[in-house]
Ligand binder design. Structure first.
Ligand code: CU1
Length: 540
């Protein structure tokens, strides 16, 4: 067995100091991967605690106060520390300069600063956990968040700092895409993953400051007792919801757009066909980013908003489904009559299509004004949300991680093991979250630690909850198996060739793993989806 080239970005220079002070986008991406994975473990532990509490009616392992803290911390950790940063910070950082044939991102120091800010933000989350926890829900709704005695201040400080981390990454990507494209890479030849990151960057830069200011106002209200959101002080709690969702709806697209970009890279490669409708996929990313700013009021249909406003927000919500459907159509058309290879990245891409399809379509149920009223605050919302965020973004992340893993670490993982893990994740995910659609449709309110009161009319809720809890355990087992498969490849995997999937993208032209200094771009860059000149898989 030949070893990967001894001198590569992972091995040179050596030592912890060289990692902590590195300006290399590839190392920063790897450190983000390790950091986000730890946060994911924390978030999953809280998810398991919740599913264990719900495995039987009544009090099982915790009371209501603890449960409120558990679902809040689960949500806040998963949203702010995991799914918002994960794709841009890990795969975006690793791939973007390589896909541009650039030496690094435009501002390497700012890039390292964004990682340090993530660490500081995570530290504030740990401080929150250690001192009082948090029980407001991840949305920090007022007026409860101005009065609860849990640690709102530490948590909003953490989110505020994480916001800067997110903005720094986005600024870096936007400027890099504008200024560092190699000769021949016009906007119409920009890889679709980079279009996704670009559209995401626009949202991160424009929406995140609104969240920062909102949380700052919340902190000011708590510390100084100024009436901003708390009605007992003369403030307006609905104002908080407007500010919050003006960020948090677009934030869903911060999570999903880069995922859609990954899917647009993976599907052509494993269908051996050029992408269908390149321009539609590229421009629909920007369309989603822009329309995404106009729909926030669909979270507030029952908050006392005027019927006219609700009707407009409902219609605009339907409009944002159009560019998403355009993408799905183009992916299916790319696969049509393709020579499909079911390697692990493609399996995750197909899982994405199925689960995100359900997540997106159930979003239309919730976007419909009249249907939203009975479904509001039920488990239907929880199910929809997890189909979009886990079924969509996390599955896309796993597709991308399995796709670029050989490039990142220079090792091939076991395909059978990886595909079986994907299958387990797919089955367990549906087992966990599909019952929540049914229970939510039948009126089970979310965020309750006990559902005994519902059993009189719906005795089947016990069974559905047990199904969901066992599904949750299996889902975590699936994630563990997936991670072990990848991690064990670092020791046992065969060395990866430069271009194991026969992909035409620029990032595959360097060795695996790439050398410390990125190779210079070719004299002229061609079509990133032209398979006629792509190398066939080598070393197989
Ligand atoms: Cu929304």
């Amino acid at each position: 067995m030949t070893e990967p080239s001894a001198i590569n970005y992972l091995t040179y220079p050596r030592g912890l100091r060289s990692w902590l002070l590195t300006l290399d986008h590839k190392r920063i991406g790897v450190m983000y991967l390790a950091s986000v994975a730890l946060a994911l473990v924390l978030g999953l532990i809280f998810a398991l605690l919740m599913r264990t509490e719900l495995i039987a009616p009544g009090r099982t392992i915790m009371g209501e106060d603890t449960y409120n803290r558990v679902f809040t911390v689960h949500g806040a950790v998963m949203i702010f520390l995991v799914v918002i940063p994960v794709i841009p910070a890990v795969l975006g950082n690793f791939c973007l300069p390589l896909m541009l044939g650039a030496k690094d991102v435009a501002f390497p120091r700012l890039n390292l600063a964004s990682l340090y800010l993530w660490w500081v933000g995570a530290l504030f989350f740990l401080i929150t956990l250690a001192f009082g926890g948090l029980d407001t829900g991840w949305t920090f709704y007022t007026p409860y968040s101005t009065t609860t005695n849990t640690n709102v201040l530490a948590a909003v400080t953490g989110v505020f700092i994480l916001g800067f981390s997110s903005i720094f990454t986005a600024l870096n990507f936007i400027v890099s895409i504008h200024t560092l494209r190699p000769p021949g890479m016009t906007w119409r030849r920009l890889p679709l993953f980079l279009w996704g990151l670009y559209a995401t960057g626009l949202i991160q830069v424009l929406a995140t400051p609104v969240l920062g200011v909102t949380l700052l106002l919340l902190a000011v209200e708590r510390i100084l007792g100024l009436g901003i959101f708390d009605s007992s002080l003369g403030g307006d709690p609905v104002l908080f919801q407007h500010f919050f969702w003006f960020y948090a709806h677009p934030a869903v697209y911060i999570v999903i757009l880069p995922g859609m970009g990954i899917i647009s890279e993976v599907i052509p490669v494993f269908s051996r066909k050029p992408i269908f409708g390149y321009r539609f996929i590229a421009y629909s990313s920007v369309a989603i980013a822009l329309i995404g700013f106009l729909v926030w009021g669909h979270h507030m249909f029952v908050a006392g908003q005027s019927v006219l406003a609700s009707t407009i927000f409902s219609a605009l919500t339907f409009a944002v489904a159009i560019p998403s459907a355009v993408k799905v159509f183009n992916w299916l058309a790319t696969m049509y009559k393709g020579s499909i290879e079911l390697a692990a990245p493609m399996v995750y891409a197909l899982v994405f299509l199925f689960l995100f399809g359900i997540g997106g379509l159930t979003g239309l149920f919730l976007g419909t004004l009249s249907v939203n009223v009975p479904l509001h605050n039920t488990h239907f919302v929880v199910a929809h949300f997890h189909y979009v965020i886990v079924g969509g973004a996390v599955m896309a992340m796993l597709a991308g991680l399995h796709y670029w893993w050989p490039k990142m670490f220079g090792r091939m993982y076991n395909q059978t093991w990886a595909r079986l893990s994907a299958l387990l994740i797919f089955v367990a995910f549906n087992m966990t979250f599909f019952p929540l659609f049914i229970m939510g449709g039948r009126g089970l309110v979310r965020r309750y630690y006990d559902y005994s009161v519902f059993l009189e009319t719906n005795p089947e809720f016990t069974f559905y909850n047990q199904l969901a809890s066992v599904g949750g355990y299996l889902l975590v087992a699936g994630f563990v198996s997936m991670a072990l498969c990848l991690i064990s490849s670092l020791w046992r995997g065969r060395p990866a060739p430069a271009n194991p999937w026969g992909a035409p993208g620029l990032e595959w032209q360097s060795s695996s793993p790439p050398p410390p200094e990125n190779p210079p771009p070719p004299v002229q860059v061609g079509d990133p989806y032209d398979f006629s000149e792509a190398l066939l898989p080598s070393g197989t």
